[in-house]
Design a protein around this ligand. Structure first.
Ligand code: ASP
Ligand code: MG
Length: 447
């Protein structure tokens, strides 16, 4: 079985939905579990209507909900779907109207109400997909809430893997004996009392990974609006390539340093079971995309991608005699309490500590000054450049590591090299004015 997750843009309108149909048709002969997000923008609008219902007047509240219902009915009509599908949309719509009326009457929007209202987005989109795909393919709609079980921690509930595995195998898996495709919702689940819960924003990838893991899928395809994970930001490097494969650790480092395609943590349940996860483009279905596996290509080496994060602030604190008893980690805590900011990277060397914050100097400077009385603190603004690769400790990566240093020093006479050589990253702090040039030169060395 293959799990296919379609993100918000992949089901955003009638055209996008048609692409889903043709993808499903291309995979005929396979058993496919389709896990869909809400149409793009819908979850955010639903959540905002939920909280605004506390103070909106009836007319405005109803108008905003009608707009959401209309967007979905318009898609049904554009796709020429049967009236039965439109009726189902209207039914969910009338629940939505009641939930929000409840909020208005009580003057309170609880986490539970938020979850119930947000869940309508995925219900709408999967009803439409079922209407469209069902007229061409043998399929069934499945309410994810019957088997995606979560603990009662609204919103962003934790998944109860044991229950989810049990119920998915009991209730969802047997459906494939009668049909080739099952359409279900990402993002939503239910607690022990069968009340609707959600897995937190962007939770559909997580749903797909969990369903894939518990049903032991052969593979998971995350269909989105880009052709995979790129070797650099295509807005800066237009000829950036899409990487064919990478390990979970590489994907995690890329996301840590700012790549936005997916949160690798969300696909962990699948990778732990050695199920490969492909990231592919619904709008360019023939593009290969990127495949993420637990181990990646273990024979690969060198730099594969490069990413710049800027501005970042680098705070270096040297404890003085007086404050030596005041340990460095306490200092770090103090700075965190004062500023509310957590460093993205911290390095401690003897009585000195280096902290990198993902903000401009102006956002942290004043807090650092508070520390100055007992300490020597220096603060500066930089660009953080990181090259990502499968294994920089591999001897075959030596050349690449050397090149990285050469390029950094060739552009900036006084960079700060701080991270040593990690397995999957080498990083440096450089003057922002050199960042783009360095990025281009490093990218030219990426394999
Ligand atoms: N629809 C949900 C959201 O927008 C979940 C998802 O799209 O992954 O957060
Ligand atoms: Mg989304």
């Amino acid at each position: 079985m293959i799990v296919m997750k379609f993100g918000g843009t992949s089901v955003q309108d009638a055209n996008a939905m048609r692409n889903v149909l043709s993808i499903a048709q291309e995979y005929s002969g396979h058993k496919i579990l389709i896990v869909s997000s809400a149409c793009s923008g819908i979850t955010s609008e639903l959540l905002s209507i939920a909280s605004d219902s506390v103070y909106l007047n009836d007319e405005d509240r109803i108008h905003r909900i009608q707009e959401i219902i209309k967007r979905h009915i318009d898609i049904c009509n554009e796709l020429g779907l049967e009236q039965g599908t439109v009726k189902q949309i209207e039914e969910i719509g009338s629940h939505l109207l009641s939930y929000c009326e409840g909020i208005a009457l009580l003057g309170e929007c609880t986490d539970r109400s938020q979850d119930a209202i947000a869940s309508c987005g995925e219900l709408f989109s999967t009803i439409i997909l079922t209407g469209l795909l069902g007229s061409h393919l043998n399929l069934q709609w499945f309410d994810a809430r019957t088997s995606m079980k979560t603990h009662d921690l609204h919103p962003g509930s934790q998944v109860n893997m044991e229950q989810t595995s049990l119920l998915s195998n009991q209730l969802l898996k047997p459906l494939f004996e009668q049909c080739d495709i099952v359409v279900t919702q990402g993002f939503i689940g239910s607690d022990d009392d069968n009340r609707t819960t959600t897995l937190g924003r962007g939770g559909s990838d997580y749903s797909a990974a969990i369903f894939g893991a518990v049903l032991e899928a052969e593979e998971i395809i995350i269909w989105t609006d880009v052709s995979g994970i790129a070797s650099a930001d295509p807005r800066v490097i237009p000829h950036a390539r899409y990487l064919e494969c990478m390990s979970f650790d590489e994907a995690r480092m890329l996301s840590f340093f700012g790549a936005k395609v997916l949160h690798p943590e969300t696909i962990l349940p699948a990778l732990q079971k050695d199920i490969p996860v492909h990231v592919r483009n619904t709008f360019k279905a023939s593009d290969r995309g990127t495949t993420i596996t637990r181990m990646g290509d273990e024979t690969a080496y060198g730099m594969r991608s490069v990413i710049v994060r800027k501005p970042v602030s680098f705070v270096q604190v040297r404890a003085t005699q007086v404050s030596n008893e005041h340990s460095m980690s306490e200092l770090m805590k103090e700075l965190e309490q004062l500023s509310g900011l957590k460093p993205m990277i911290s390095v401690m060397i003897d009585a000195s500590i280096g902290l990198i914050y993902d903000v401009s100097v102006s956002k942290i400077e004043e807090y650092v000054k508070h520390l100055e009385e007992d300490n020597n603190a220096e603060i500066g603004e930089y660009a953080l450049i990181s090259a990502i690769g499968p294994n920089f400790r591999n001897t075959n990566s030596k050349e690449a590591v050397k090149k990285f240093h050469e390029i950094i020093y060739g552009n900036d006479e006084s960079p700060i090299m701080f991270s040593g050589i990690q397995k999957n990253t080498i990083s440096a702090l450089v003057d922002s004015v050199h960042a783009e040039n360095i990025l281009k030169e490093i990218h030219a060395q990426c394999t």
